[in-house]
Design a protein around this ligand. Structure first.
Ligand SMILES: [Zn+2]
Length: 465
């Protein structure tokens, strides 16, 4: 029997990544991501598994984002007992993210119960389940080819987040399939540019920004410097909501460069107020093997820590976090969550957005209906903890930080790839509009066949005869 490819997630949407290669003898799963979105609907999709985890022989993890690794403990809990393969940095970040999710799920259920809500989202897994999943992880560095049931596998740096990989899988009959995971962008701070994979027969490609182009990352540092210039002048506070993993470290890295070259005052205090960001930064420090040449050149060769410098303070304690309210500006506060939906950032926004000398800097995508989106839209009045606040602080956005390749960057990557064997590209991890647009652009660029993967549909994959 021939091999085939199918997906049970991230089909015409961007969450819940779960892709499969059935070799005829073995079932290999790529990523085990959680679905996110409307609560009840996502909860149902996450609870009902459309496949039998005990029939899966191996799982490969492309990177540690929640929508790629967040479902792992549930899959192992429901019968998967094979190995989970990923890079060492992905293992460490995934550990942090899965444990955090177990904690949040427990708190959510508790809250719903206490409020007497009709819908109680019972946790899909707890700490103990995460520990079991972590015990099944086998880590390999980039370009270290290893064997799994039915295939050999090699990781290449995807340049998306620390430890992220493009995966190349060669089945025992020689058929090769590449997976972009989430494809990064050239020029991102800290990380290497996406590495080129060798020729493959099939490519499973993400398409998040299949219809969009980003601002140039090169401008981000200068724009950040300009925004800081304003709060130095007004003696205000700069509040930056940022995801704890990757975005926070990128901002810290840029702030370090700005201080080094004297573009912002050396004594300006910077506070990273997020326990998870502190843990994530510790993991970044442990994985210099994932850094690009520039980071090594600027910092590591001089025995310096890119994530530690004069004036930078990490805050774990809630009391210290509250203390920031009483301190006068100018200062910078970086805090989670990234979309301003929960966490300490809410306290900082509540205390600072009514003062026009302050600035809120948006550095990430803000989904609809989040407080973050309302700030981007500069709504005059916003609700925080059930109270109404006047938005008088300045709001600035820098759109250059995206960790996903835009369509131009995806097409340039494909253009440089050896496509002599390429038979078909499957598009996953994108919304319909982005996928249709990217499909057209790929066909125009000479890709022989482009298929938008649909949920659960099986696609035969064969070698060129
Ligand atoms: Zn990702």
């Amino acid at each position: 029997m021939g091999a085939f490819f199918y997906s049970w997630g991230a089909c015409q949407e961007v969450t819940g990544s779960k892709h499969f290669v059935d070799t005829g003898q073995h079932t290999i799963m790529i990523d085990a991501g959680m679905f996110q979105g409307r609560r009840k609907e996502a909860y149902k999709k996450n609870t009902d598994l459309p496949f039998d985890p005990s029939a899966v022989d191996a799982i490969i993890l492309t990177h540690a984002h929640f929508d790629h690794c967040g479902h792992l403990p549930y899959v192992t809990k429901n019968g998967f007992n094979g190995n989970i393969y990923c890079t060492p940095a992905t293992r460490d970040l995934a550990s942090l993210i899965m444990l955090d999710s177990a904690y949040i799920q427990e708190k959510d259920a508790e809250f719903a119960r206490k409020k007497g809500k009709e819908f109680i989202p019972d946790p899909l897994y707890d700490d103990a389940d995460v520990t079991v999943a972590l015990g099944q992880v086998v880590a390999f560095g980039y370009r270290r080819t290893f064997t799994i049931p039915g295939a050999t596998v090699t990781f290449y740096d995807a340049g998306h987040i620390l430890g992220s990989s493009l995966v190349v899988m060669e089945l025992t009959d020689g058929l090769t399939i590449g997976f972009t995971g989430d494809l990064g962008r050239p020029g991102l701070p800290i990380l290497r540019d996406p590495q080129m994979i060798p020729a493959v027969d099939y490519l499973v490609c993400e398409s998040t920004y299949g219809d969009r182009l980003h601002d140039d990352i090169k401008d981000a540092e200068d724009r950040l410097g300009a925004v800081i210039g304003r709060i130095v002048e007004t003696r205000g506070k700069l509040i930056i909501p940022a995801f704890a993993v990757e975005r926070t470290q990128e901002i810290i890295y840029f702030l370090h460069l700005l201080k080094d070259r004297g573009a912002i005052p050396r004594e300006l205090p910077i506070f990273v107020d997020s326990p998870m960001a502190i843990s994530a930064t510790g993991i970044f420090r442990m994985h210099p093997e994932c850094f690009d040449a520039e980071t090594r050149q600027v910092f590591l060769n001089h025995n310096r820590n890119p994530f530690g410098f004069e004036g930078l303070h990490y805050i774990r304690d809630v009391r210290d976090s509250k203390e920031l309210n009483r301190m006068p500006g100018p200062m910078i506060i970086i805090s989670a969550s990234g979309m301003c939906e929960a966490g300490r950032i809410l306290h900082h926004l509540r205390n600072n957005i009514e003062d026009e000398s302050n600035t809120v800097l948006i550095v990430g995508f803000m989904a609809e209906n989040t407080l973050g989106r309302k700030l981007v839209n500069r709504e005059r009045e916003v609700n925080i903890f059930g109270e109404s606040f006047q938005l008088r602080a300045h709001v600035e956005s820098i759109n250059a930080f995206s960790a996903h390749a835009d369509y131009g960057e995806i097409l340039r990557y494909l253009d440089k790839m050896d496509r002599s064997r390429l038979r078909e590209v499957f598009l996953v991890h994108g919304e319909e509009k982005a996928q249709l647009s990217l499909k057209d652009r790929m066909l125009d660029a000479g890709i022989p066949k482009v298929t938008i993967a649909s949920y659960g549909q099986q696609y035969p994959i064969t070698r060129k005869s």
